[in-house]
Structures are given as C-alpha cells and as structure tokens.
Ligand binder design. Sequence first.
Ligand code: FES
Length: 260
Amino acid sequence: MSVKEENKNPAETAVKEKKQIEAKLIPIYIMGKRYEVPEGLTIMKAMEYAGYKFIRGCGCRGGTCGACGTVYRKPGDYKLQVALACQKTVEPDMYMAQIPFFPANRAQYKFADLTSAPEEVFKLYPELFRCVACNACTKACPQGIEVMDAIAALKQGNIAEAARLSFDCIQCGLCTSRCFGELAQYHMFQLARRIYGAKILPRAEHLAEMVRTINEGRYDQILDELKHVKEDELKKLYQEREAEPMPSGEDWKPKDTRYL
Ligand code: FES
C-alpha cells in the first residue's frame, strides 16, 4: 500500500485545513471510501487533505519523478483513466487508487558489455515483438509520449529514434499497466536512451577534458576553501556569483577565468 491514513488527530487536522481553504467541497472516492475535498486540488493534495499520508508514491510533486501513478474512473464513463496524482486535479465523484509501483520485467545486463546493435535490445526484451500496436500505451502516457511509435522504432532497430521519442519518459509505468502485450515499455526505453547516450552519440570532448582536469585536482584547492567558509558567507558567495547571461555569445567568459 502506498499511502496510509494518518492516525494523529485526523479530525482536528481536517477541521483546521477546511477553515484555511475556502473552496467548494466536492465528493471523491479514495480506494472506495468517500471524502469531501476542496475543488481545484490535485489528487495528491486531495488525498492529504482527506487524511492520507504518503509514505510511497510521492517524490518530486512536480511531474518529473514518476512516483505517483494513479488510476481513476469517472461516473458514467466505462473507461479507466490514468494520471499523475501530483498533476491531475480532482473532479466530482472520481473513484481513484494509486499504483506507485508496477511490477514489470526489467532485463538484467552489464551495460559495459553491450554494443549499440539493435539485437542487444531484442535479446534482452524479446517481448518487444508481442506489441500488437493497439496504442493503449500512448493513451496512458501522462507525458504525451508517442509510446507505440517509440516501440515501433525499437522493433525496427532504430535505437536513436526510440531514445528521441521517449526522452520525456519519467518511468511511471502507466504504459505498462495498460499493455496487454505485457511489455515494460519504460524499461526498454531506458535501455535505448542509455545505449544512445553512451554508444551512439559522439563523445563530448569538452566534457572528457573537464573530467580529466577534475581528476587531476584542478579544483581541489577551491573546493577545500569553500568547505571551510561559514554558511552565511557561502550563501553570499552563491548569491553574488557571476552567472552566464542568457543568451550569451560563443565567446562569453566570466570575469574570473582562473578555473576555466
Ligand atoms: S510526485 Fe513526482 S511525478 Fe508526481
């Protein structure tokens, strides 16, 4: 279970919050139980308002970590809907439950041993070819990713295209929860993006150079000095640091060039 009802004075907390939030109350059903919550809240905030405390299924609260997958159904609608609890606002009479973790097949591999050949993906995820192109995965994606198209690209051996199409994937697993071909799309895409980033794209020479200079200790002294600066001074230094203007030309350089 991802959440539990908080048992510390829930009535008292609810009364206090109800006073604070002056909004129309609407009925919703969380795991089958009816609650009245202010309209306009996200599912996550509505659950907290109702007295639930998140111990799993909540991370960034900003739609980027994928921890808060939720299923819901609206009255009179046969269709099961999916959403991120931190993004979707509640609607009257919604029936909802969270699925913060979806058990899905994740291939085991030693990344260093893999090549960029499409066969690597085929071997690790042979179920890829069970996709029947029903598009349920795309309809379930809260990120608006063309999931089925990315799967089609992988089937064609186009790892780069699969990586590009799935770039915004937050690994919530909602696609997989709706796939009757039993594909774990999000794990496949993660592998595609790893292969693309590490074994297909050209190496960034400036990055390699920077890593080399770090390893050679170029920044050891300044880091050591910063570790001994008092917190207030550190904050001041941070606030007054020189930032690269946006936009800046190719030849922009900071005034202090000691660490370039
Ligand atoms: S809590 Fe991170 S996506 Fe919702």
